[in-house]
Design a protein around this ligand. Structure first.
Ligand code: KIV
Ligand code: ZN
Length: 530
């Protein structure tokens, strides 16, 4: 029977305390809700004594998030433990997590205490925490560099005082897998009463070993793992939750284990954390990086398109990534190109494929990666000689730091003037929505980028917009001194292309009494190929 590994998420504590990752209360709550959706078993909400913000966050999370255990960190002293309990006491399933360093290095240079004094402090702190809360976790900080016999004594003291979980941290990311695994086996076999106690890993990535050591700890007997989304955490970070969870999922053939993580929430969790902290992950980050499922080599792309199993051990859908991104480059073949156009809503005819492929290879010689934007530019050539259906005569946007923005737009079409207003999240969005109201074609923004030309605030802004109308995407690009104007004009270009296609479709439908498949309109849209 596979055994469950409990996921203890410390994104909001060890993760949040690392530079550049701090979050305010609403942000922590938003993240906590997502961690709940993800299915973490234990959610460490913060270190209540550390700041008022941490205290309030643990309190608010305890009041709202009812399914997982909510843990709060406390040093092994009364003030910390009482404060942690104060923040936790509304939780449906509270846990006090108390810690004290046990390595000689920490005792000598940081705590200035003897081993005997530390043992007494552990017994007292765990017992005090236990008098308030049934569930008490104890961490001998720097366990990885603690003398083994002394570590056993410390763990024994904690278990005797009532600890329900023993967490053995490799605080400085120093351990190699065999040492870390052995430490767990030793504690499991040499500390009396371990049958009622859960062992837990807590690893840091200073030597890039955090995830590997987590697995080593599991092999040594741990059934709880402490980790963070995107591997954020002190210094080089903690073990990445998404990596640990997916290793256990993908390699269940050799690891008789499971977690309750809902893998399809992993990508959303990662993206949310990036949005809240501004801390991006590298493109090639395992599981959640932008390139994690991107194949560029032609042989790989061809294989993946025939059957993803050829080069993918996890599908992007398993981790909730929208779709696998074939990164097109000079090594890509026609098959990948056609597939990407299909994803963008274009069914190309044979001559069109040849023409697109030619233009694509020319571009790929100059540019390392070809993005959707470039592919759309290739088909957009077909629009270049078309008259503009709607032209922008005037726009006015009012934005404020509170509430929504408003925009009024005036467009001209066939000599007639149309104007309308709309509100939106920011002046650009409001302008887009006003344009939608006039054209009757609501577009969804798929991509929006602003590039400023020249230094200072008086430079020109180049705005690129990609928008989806029904099942097809169109792109627009415009430069202006005003970002909002450039955005409105770019969006109008996409709307013009969509309106043009709509008209062609309507005409075709009217002429042929039968129904017309949208994709067939490509032939009419690009007469003679583009
Ligand atoms: O790394 C560490 O030792 C910790 C403890 C507080 C568990 O984060
Ligand atoms: Zn840590």
């Amino acid at each position: 029977m596979p055994e469950k590994v409990f996921i203890f998420d410390t994104t909001l504590r060890d993760g949040e305390q690392s530079p550049g990752c701090s979050m305010n209360l609403p942000e922590k709550l938003e993240m906590a809700r997502q961690l709940d959706r993800l299915g973490v078993d234990i959610l460490e909400g913060g270190f209540p004594i550390a700041s008022h913000g941490d205290f309030e966050a643990v309190k608010a999370i305890s009041a709202e998030i009812r399914r997982p255990i909510i843990a709060a960190l406390a040093r092994a002293n009364q003030l910390d433990i009482d404060r942690a309990w104060e923040a936790l006491k509304e939780a449906a399933r509270p846990r006090i997590h108390t810690f004290l360093a046990t390595s000689d290095i920490h005792l000598q240079y940081k705590l200035h205490k003897t081993r005997e004094e530390i043992l007494k402090m552990i017994s007292w702190a765990v017992a005090h925490a236990k008098s308030k809360c049934q569930d008490v976790e104890f961490s001998p900080e720097d366990a990885g560099r603690t003398d083994r016999s002394y570590l056993i004594e410390c763990c024994h003291a904690a278990v005797e005082a009532g600890a329900t979980v023993l967490n053995l941290p490799d605080t400085v990311g120093f351990c190699l897998e065999p040492d870390y695994q052995q430490m767990f086996s030793d504690v499991k076999t040499r500390v009396p009463g371990m049958d009622k106690v859960t062992l837990s890993t807590h690893t840091h990535d200073d030597l890039g070993m955090a995830v590997a050591n987590t697995l080593a700890g599991i092999r040594g007997g741990a059934r709880q793992v402490e980790c963070t989304i995107n591997g954020i955490g002190e210094r080089a970070g903690n073990a990445a939750l998404e990596e640990v969870a997916m290793i256990i999922h993908v390699r269940r053939d050799t690891l008789p284990l499971y977690t309750d993580i809902r893998s399809e929430e992993l990508y959303t969790s990662s993206q949310l954390l990036i949005r809240l902290t501004g801390m991006a992950v590298q493109r090639n980050k395992a599981i959640v990086g932008r390139n994690a499922f991107a194949h560029e080599a032609g042989i790989h792309q061809d294989g993946v398109l025939k059957n993803a199993i050829t080069y993918e051990i996890i599908t992007p859908q398993t981790v909730g990534m929208p779709s696998n991104s074939i990164v097109l480059g000079k090594h890509s073949g026609r098959h990948a190109l056609v597939k990407r156009y299909e994803d963008l809503g274009y069914q190309l005819t044979k001559p069109e494929i040849e023409r697109a492929y030619l233009l694509f290879t020319q571009l790929a010689d100059r540019k390392k990666s070809i993005y959707d934007e470039d592919l759309l530019a290739i088909v957009d050539e077909g629009f270049q000689h078309l008259p503009e259906m709607y032209s922008l005569k005037l726009f006015q946007s009012v934005s404020s730091n509170e509430g929504r923005s408003t925009s009024t737009v005036e467009l001209e079409k066939d000599g007639a003037t149309y104007h309308d207003s709309a509100t939106g999240d920011g002046p650009c969005d409001a302008a887009f929505r006003a344009i939608d109201r006039i054209t009757g074609l609501p577009g969804i923004i798929v991509d929006f980028s602003v590039h400023t030309e020249g230094p200072g605030t008086d430079g020109r802004a180049e705005v690129r917009v990609r928008a989806r109308f029904e099942d097809r995407e169109f792109s627009g690009k415009c430069t202006s001194h005003s970002v909002v104007e450039a955005a409105a004009r770019s969006y109008l270009q996409t709307a013009n292309k969509a309106a043009y296609e709509r008209r062609r479709l309507d005409d075709a439908t009217a002429v042929s009494t039968g129904s017309v498949h949208k994709n067939e309109a490509v032939d009419r849209l690009f007469p003679g190929g583009f």
